[in-house]
Design a protein around this ligand. Structure first.
Ligand code: NAD
Length: 297
């Protein structure tokens, strides 16, 4: 049994921390929202009065926070208070630069920090089947692996610090683009009088097959159960897709890489959110695309 500090008990963090607790670890939890602290206490975790209190003597510190500035602010608080030899595992999705800065901050205090963003959503967090994409020292990765294994189904060590965030951003940029492509295809099929079932049966077994069509079809009643079958209740919210596409464009601009499809996908998700997409799953963009005005031919 290890003492683990868990900071950030939101939609993802709470079920991840619950799995650590269920596996028999001594989990000391902190969130700035009282309701989250109450939920953690109900699950048998120790509710700490502050992030600093939570990390004292902890062997592992897991953070699951909204964005880069918050992660850096929390690291500035906890790094000086963490026990020597502690491994910090930041599971938040943030920009690569902030991930590298957080790691440098930890290193200067003799600690090791892994960037370990996840995919799999709240369902994966509850089931303990998340995929972890991890950047940072291999030795720290090996030490953290038994802890990550409890929360995840697959761990990939992607390379040095920041590599986990790089993998996450590249994957989600492609996911945003491919979901828009899938939605455009089903919307056009409908206008052409092709049934969604026929379109699915062909595309899902032809060269257009992809996760967005085969596993997460944006049309109700077609393919495996997906948010389209539940009025686009997330799943993976459009707001989070916009956040990740924004991170991809920040990375593209920082490296000078052209990503015209990623940029366009970000603009389309921005428009979708402005026109009723807020609170919907990211696959709900099909509704926006079906009604969007076509530029004059
Ligand atoms: P969330 O907003 O539900 O949870 C974030 C938690 O952090 C909140 O409870 C908030 O009170 C807490 N927090 C904020 N500032 C804090 C501080 N200074 N100290 C302590 N606690 C603080 O968000 P979420 O959906 O759990 O997502 C967390 C991270 O995981 C994000 O980076 C998100 O992009 C990423 N992510 C989310 C999903 C998903 O499906 N929700 C999937 C993959 C990755």
């Amino acid at each position: 049994m290890s003492k683990i500090a868990f900071i950030g008990l939101g939609n993802m963090g709470l079920p991840m921390a619950v799995n650590l607790k269920k596996a028999g670890h001594d989990v000391h939890a902190f969130d700035r929202v009282p309701a989250a602290m109450e939920a953690a206490a109900r699950e048998g975790m120790t509710a700490s009065a502050s992030a600093i209190e939570a990390v004292s003597d902890a062997e592992f510190v897991v953070t699951m926070l909204p964005n880069g500035p918050i992660v850096l602010a929390v690291m500035a608080e906890i790094v000086p208070a963490a026990a020597s030899g502690a491994v910090i595992i930041d599971c938040s999705t943030i920009d690569v630069e902030s991930a590298r800065s957080a790691s440098e901050m930890a290193e200067k205090s003799g600690l090791r920090l892994l960037d370990a963003p996840v995919s799999g959503g709240t369902g994966g967090a509850q089931a303990g089947t998340l995929t972890f994409m991890v950047g940072g020292e291999k030795q720290a990765f090996d030490k953290a692996s038994p802890i990550l294994d409890i929360m995840g189904g697959k761990l990939v060590h992607c390379g040095a610090s920041g590599a986990g965030q790089a993998a996450k951003i590249c994957n989600n940029m492609l996911l945003g683009i491919s979901m828009i492509g899938a939605c455009e295809s089903f919307a056009l099929a409908e206008k052409l009088g092709l049934s969604a079932q026929a379109a699915f049966d062909v595309i899902s077994t032809s060269s257009g097959f992809c996760w967005s069509v085969n596993n997460y079809c944006p049309v109700p009643g077609i393919g495996p159960d997906s948010p389209a079958d539940h009025d686009f209740k997330p799943g993976f919210a459009a707001e989070l897709m916009l956040k990740d596409l924004g991170l991809s464009q920040q990375a593209a601009s920082g490296t000078g890489q052209a990503t015209p499809m990623g940029e366009h996908a970000m603009q389309l998700y921005q428009s979708f959110l402005e026109e009723g997409g807020s609170g919907k799953d990211f696959s709900g963009i099909i509704e926006y695309l079906k009604t969007a005005a076509r530029p004059a031919d």
